[in-house]
Design a protein around this ligand. Structure first.
Ligand code: SF4
Length: 291
């Protein structure tokens, strides 16, 4: 029976195949690809697979139900719904950007004990560190800070240089992987869901996103309460509610990430034009928000 479920999933939906392989590689590193056959030595592994795929199928259906159920709800209603549903298994992931600051404001108004975390890549602006401190104090919340693995960073810098990201997309992605993705995996290890400040209008890579997504990279429900907001709505909310923001925004920095990979933009430029400005728009994601 498990084998049939696996074969059905693999044959009908290629993305299951990808998730299936990812799951397999993550959990059974000695195998590059699953060998799905009626052989007793694979039966136990296949059974675990089947459970994971079945769970994935259920999760994806549930995502559709939630998106329909919560259509037209305010961000606060969406947040309250999921905080109540996932309890200690949900967290707000904040990069201290405008949208994340709004969400921090909203979440802390609903539940000050909710979980908040941020990633310190080691290359942030001094203004961002200051904002982490100011935000935690203002809202009386704890923001857990996750750092990259020291050995990873030392090895990378020794092999490729301190500013490797300017040399190639491959190098830039490696740096993002070690300084962001791996710490994110640690931060979300015990979670079932995360809240993010993604908006469709932020980038071409985000234009098809929904309020609730299945994050198959991290095996999490991803909640984007501000997905439909415009930039004007963001600034209006910030000003009306006195939300603390990074002073760099007033200096032309629209989207703020690591210091060496962020620049100010001109008024007519795309919001994320200042991030990895030497790359094409289609490649400009750090991997935190893969679909
Ligand atoms: S944004 Fe730049 S410095 Fe930051 S992790 Fe990515 S490549 Fe490295």
């Amino acid at each position: 029976m498990p084998i049939i479920v696996i074969r059905y999933a693999l044959e009908t939906e290629p993305s299951y195949n990808k998730s299936c392989r990812a799951f397999f590689v993550n959990n059974y590193r000695s195998f590059a690809y699953p060998r799905l056959q009626l052989d007793s030595q694979y039966l136990e592994i296949s059974f675990i697979f089947a459970i994971e795929i079945y769970k994935l199928m259920i999760d994806q259906n549930q995502i559709k139900v939630w998106n329909k159920q919560l259509q037209g709800k305010t961000p606060q209603e969406v947040i309250a719904f999921f905080l109540n549903l996932f309890k200690e298994k949900i967290a707000l992931s904040t990069s201290m950007g405008l949208e994340d600051q709004i969400l921090t404001h909203m979440v802390s108004e609903i539940d000050r004990e909710a979980k908040f975390f941020t990633l310190d890549t080691g290359r942030l602006f001094p203004e961002t560190y200051d904002l982490i401190d100011r935000t935690a104090k203002k809202y009386k919340i704890t923001i857990d800070v996750f750092f990259p693995d020291t050995y990873d960073v030392e090895q990378m810098v020794a092999e490729k240089g301190i500013n490797l990201f300017y040399d190639s997309i491959e190098n830039r992605k490696l740096c993002c992987h070690l300084r962001k993705i791996k710490p994110l995996m640690r931060a979300t290890k015990n979670l079932d869901a995360w809240i993010t400040g993604l908006r469709r209008g932020q980038a071409v890579t985000r234009k098809d996103l929904n309020t609730i997504e299945w994050d198959k990279t991290n095996d999490l429900v991803k909640i984007n309460p501000l997905i439909n907001w415009s930039e004007k709505q963001v600034w209006d909310y910030v000003n009306q509610h006195n939300v603390p923001v990074n002073p760099l925004h007033k200096k032309g920095f629209a989207s703020i990430g690591c210091q060496p990979c962020t620049r100010a933009i001109e008024p007519d430029e795309d919001v994320r034009a200042g991030r990895w400005w030497w790359e094409n728009p289609e490649t400009k994601e750090c991997g935190l928000h893969k679909r």
